[in-house]
Design a protein around this ligand. Structure first.
Ligand SMILES: NC(=O)c1ccc[n+]([C@@H]2O[C@H](COP(=O)([O-])OP(=O)(O)OC[C@H]3O[C@@H](n4cnc5c(N)ncnc54)[C@H](O)[C@@H]3O)[C@@H](O)[C@H]2O)c1
Length: 356
């Protein structure tokens, strides 16, 4: 099997999942090369990297750069994380297609042509199951359930996954749940992110997971006996939560009790007006990768510890924050009773429909 030693190339290595994955690989003593875009933010992250990690500034939408990267690094394993994800994907549709689908196809083709083709670990998502109405779905999603797309992101992730699975490479697909971090600065804060959060049906299911456990899973997948498997990566059962609880619980643990505005519930009779998340059956992934270490309560406790002094200051501002968020939320003064995630994304961010 390839991958028990040798260099691991991590694309998108400065992103949320990438940074944690690189740290985990270094802990394991692996040789790591990060490929990511040359941006001021990524340059700043590069300055913090542990010794022994090499950075290759690469735009993966450029086939020549990608080809030089892969042939010069000659990785034993590629962990492919680079992508444009929600909410940014809905604003940058054409670029997102080039990154999420076309660059994946290029990278796979180049990897296949190497003298010793690398193992290819693809970051996929529970989004590949499409919109999930919790009132109509029985158990958690499983690896063998059919893919369905409901929006641009679920379509891109399904298409990219299909390209990887159809390749001659020794592939592994990790479908991730909702990745969270206890580091308040890990997930970029923006007006779009805030609006996007308010769009999602509050009673939709989401299976969260600590980013460190995701990193553990990616690192383990470089060597584990999981070739050509699809593995579902989410936290233990305590992470089977509802969308509306996630932001509220995290905000409360940071001292913002009552600061968030409750979202709208989804329409129990609609198949499509739900977001592309659900609870996941992680048993096979856990058996193979042993990655689940942080429960939901562990995360909330740690978020509280890391909030520091702001935990005592924020409660004072909770009523003000709530008043501002209310006016900025997707359904402020909108008709209807239920969440309409796709309509609200179209109104406030950009067209979420799949490429035609
Ligand atoms: N965050 C989640 O909850 C979640 C859930 C399911 C699946 N995923 C998947 O996991 C992967 C990583 O997600 P993340 O949350 O770390 O995303 P992120 O946005 O934090 O990181 C993506 C990285 O890709 C890089 N990138 C974008 N375009 C590039 C290009 N043209 N060339 C090189 N690098 C480029 C970005 O600079 C960034 O560092 C993605 O494939 C995503 O679809 C994430």
């Amino acid at each position: 099997m390839s991958g028990t030693s040798g260099t691991v190339l991590v694309t998108g290595g400065f992103g949320l999942v990438g940074s944690a994955t690189v740290r985990r690989l270094v802990e394991l003593g692996r040789s790591v090369v990060v490929a990511d875009l040359d941006t001021p933010a990524n340059r700043a992250s590069a300055a913090q990297l542990p010794a022994g990690v090499t950075v290759r500034w690469t735009d993966l939408t450029d086939a020549e750069q990608t080809s030089a990267l892969v042939s010069e690094v000659a990785p034993a394993v590629i962990i492919h994380l680079a992508a444009i994800i929600p909410p940014a994907i809905y604003k940058n549709r054409a670029l997102a297609r080039r990154v999420n689908v076309e660059a994946t196809a290029t990278l796979v083709r180049i990897a296949e042509a190497q003298p010793t083709p690398p193992r290819f670990v693809q970051a996929s998502s529970n989004a590949v199951y499409g919109a999930r109405n919790p009132y109509k779905s029985a158990g958690p999603v499983t690896a063998d359930m059919p893919m369905k797309h409901s929006d641009l992101y679920s379509a891109h992730k399904a298409e990219a996954e299909a390209i990887v699975r159809a390749s001659s490479l020794e592939w592994v697909v990790l479908r991730l749940g909702g990745v969270l971090s206890t580091d308040p600065n890990a997930i970029p804060f923006s007006a779009d992110a805030l609006y996007f959060e308010s769009v999602l049906p509050a009673d939709g299911r989401i299976h969260t997971v600590d980013v460190r456990d995701v990193a553990w899973a990616f690192a383990a997948a470089t060597t584990a006996d999981v070739a050509r498997e699809i593995l579902l990566i989410a936290g233990d059962d305590s992470h089977r939560v509802l969308q509306g609880d996630v932001g509220r619980a995290l905000a409360e643990s940071r001292g913002l009790k009552g600061g968030l505005v409750p979202g709208r519930n989804g329409d129990p009779n609609s198949d499509e007006n739900w977001f592309v998340t659900d609870w996941m059956d992680t048993r096979r992934a856990q058996e193979a990768l042993q990655f689940q270490h942080y429960s939901w309560q562990n995360m909330l406790d740690e978020a509280q510890r890391r909030a520091g002094a702001s935990r005592y200051v924020l409660p004072v501002f909770a009523p003000l924050v709530r008043a501002v968020l209310k006016r900025r939320s997707a359904y402020w003064k909108q008709p209807g009773q239920y969440a309409d995630p796709w309509g609200a994304i179209k109104r406030g961010i950009g067209d979420p429909s799949p490429d035609s």
